[in-house]
Design a protein around this ligand. Structure first.
Ligand code: NAD
Length: 337
């Protein structure tokens, strides 16, 4: 039958991409020991997404395009997220942003410009912090998005994370979501100490942050300087949720949670691209690594209207920096890839 050989070629290519991506994903998320540069991983991932879009019958439940992150390590107690922790769809060029904005406007039936919260895409690992009546009671990694690892004892050693919210009237339950990361200076000092002690150096700050947080001995985590930026929310009980994402971040800052100042509310695709260029210029001077920026429809009511597709929200997108820059950053810190 006509078309058969071509079809088996796509199937073979998709199967190969799935196997390769799953192997690299395990090294990256579970072992904290990446086997290829992120840009190469992203390229293969994108090829698989495109193949699956063109041939939807190639989508299988074990495809990395259907999953978030990696499996939790068996040694940690497991935590089920009441609201899943998802990933973000990636955009690499201006056209992708124009299309994203168009999809959002079409989804909302909006003829005017949409307001977006534009923020940084921190290169660390996602965490969910549960506060009950203002006190930190649990911290869990994202894991596979549904089940993460209980790293409460480790998070308690992170000075940037408040153990108690700064308010007399705290919500009954608040899941603060954000990123744990290591600043570049702290990373350089850590690797210097590792070198002096004859121990293995970390490949990059993200890797060092993940390795430091996912330690079975919290005393080791306590010796590493980790930071935290809040950027999202899970369960909220006993308080009104702010109307917009930008107002949520302002509220977090008032509760004593670290929120990054490099953010804005931008309108339309033009506003998003201006923010991207502005941050691109500032990137080198930042104290921490970022691998792009993130745009989220600002009004939460509109976010709900847009909803989610398999592993990511429709109302948000990560706009990644070009691959060459990503590679230069890796080389800057003297790591062979
Ligand atoms: P992602 O990194 O593309 O985006 C989602 C994550 O972004 C969130 O979970 C959160 O941790 C983070 N984030 C940072 N700032 C944020 C903000 N302001 N708002 C919301 N989220 C924010 O998705 P992912 O699924 O974690 O990982 C995929 C990426 O990991 C790939 O793009 C690739 O670069 C890298 N990766 C690399 C390898 C490798 O072998 N080198 C393997 C697997 C994954």
């Amino acid at each position: 039958m006509a078309g058969r050989p071509e079809e088996s070629h796509w199937q073979e290519r998709a199967a190969w991409l799935k196997a390769e991506l799953n192997r690299h994903s395990h090294a990256y998320y579970v072992l904290d020991n990446p086997s290829i540069p992120d840009a190469e991983y992203d390229k293969m991932f994108r090829e698989l997404v495109e193949l699956e879009q063109a041939h939807p019958d190639l989508v299988t439940s074990d495809s990395p395009t259907q999953r978030v992150g990696g499996q939790p390590l068996p040694q940690f107690e497991q935590v089920r997220h009441a609201i899943p922790m998802l990933s973000l769809n990636n955009a690499f060029g201006e056209d992708d942003i124009v299309s994203f904005d168009r999809r959002v406007r079409e989804g909302l039936g909006e003829t005017g410009e949409v307001a977006y919260s534009a923020e940084l895409k921190f290169d660390g690992l996602a965490i969910s912090l549960r506060y009950e009546n203002g006190r930190l009671v649990q911290a869990a990694t994202r894991g596979d998005g549904t089940t993460g690892e209980n790293v409460t004892a480790n998070i308690r050693t992170v000075r940037a994370v408040p153990l108690r919210l700064h308010t007399d009237n705290p919500p009954a339950v608040l899941d603060v979501r954000g990123e744990v990361l290591m600043f570049k200076g702290d990373f350089a000092r850590l690797n210097e100490r590792q070198r002096e002690a004859g121990q293995k150096e970390f490949a990059n700050p993200r890797n060092a942050a993940a390795g430091s947080l996912r330690q079975l001995d919290p005393r080791i985590t306590a010796q590493r300087t980790l930071r935290f930026f809040a950027y999202g929310i899970g369960v909220l009980e006993g308080a009104e949720i702010p109307h917009s994402h930008s107002a949520l971040l302002d509220w977090y800052a008032s509760l004593g949670l670290p929120v990054c100042r490099e953010r804005t509310v931008a309108k339309g695709a033009r506003g998003l691209l201006d923010f991207f260029h502005d941050i691109g210029e500032k990137r080198r001077g930042l104290a921490y690594d970022i691998d792009g920026v993130v745009y989220k429809v600002d009004r939460l009511e509109l976010q709900q209207k847009l909803g989610f597709v398999s592993r990511a929200p429709r109302f948000a997108i990560a706009h990644k920096f070009p691959a060459e820059e990503a590679m230069t950053v890796v080389q800057d810190i003297g790591v062979q890839v």
